[in-house]
Design a binder for this molecule. Sequence first.
Ligand SMILES: [Ca+2]
Ligand SMILES: [Ca+2]
Length: 285
Amino acid sequence: MRAMSYKISSLVFVVVVLCGATALAQYNDPASMTAKAAHTSITVDTKLSEPDWQLATPYLVFGPNPILTADQLSVTGGTLIWGSYPDTSHTSVKFLRNGMKLYIAIQSDDKSIGRFGDSWEGDGLFMQIKDASGSLRELHVYYNDDTRAGTPRADSAVVESGGGKPVPLTQWQGIGLVNTPGTAYDTTKVGTGYTLELAISLDSLGFTPDVQSIEASLDIFDADGYPPGAKAFEGPPTRAFYKTWWGSEWGSALRTINLEPQRPYDDPPVTTAKSVSFGGVAIDG
Ligand SMILES: [Ca+2]
Ligand SMILES: [Ca+2]
């Protein structure tokens, strides 16, 4: 009997460890990320051609079960709101700072870009950021306007502020575009992902130039398979809505974005060539 109970407890231990390992593998949930100081100016245009974006590592990967590398960290958690989410997509989120601007670059391989039926939620970013007075401010860059279907504006994300204390659109910029030759709000075609680029003025949130970090919570929504006019919680199994977040779903928990100091050129007036004994250095190319 004792042997049996030992086996059962061992089995429970193994299951608990495996489940824990699975959870750890799925969600790194870093407490903080660093927005590196950009060396050049960043243009908010969804073209992530600025070399600094290549150096903005490590970065976050949203979506369930991402394939991770040393430079890619998964987020805090997520939930399946509707459907079975057969078409998993992943979204990278990078941070940079330049002076008093926080820049965010978001790239998704989403193959069905659009809205969660008749809900206000759509593919893209829902973000809460704490201002210098401690108030949560909210901004969105997402595809939640399926009345744009078939129009020249269909490939652009909706850019808006929200919440009780919105960030006025004069204090931040956001642009979202479907990656060419993709499409949005069109379930008859396979999408090719989207790119978002944002700049948030930290001074407009009350911060001073010595600010070293800010707190925020980011959600990436992924609704798939909803044609214009569809209801959110109805339809075939191809319709799904999954969201993942770093921090929390609605801002009840935040994470930290450290702002790397904007380093000026060192420009030392004097530098020293250290001496070596004769013959110590071979001049041989
Ligand atoms: Ca750019
Ligand atoms: Ca989607």
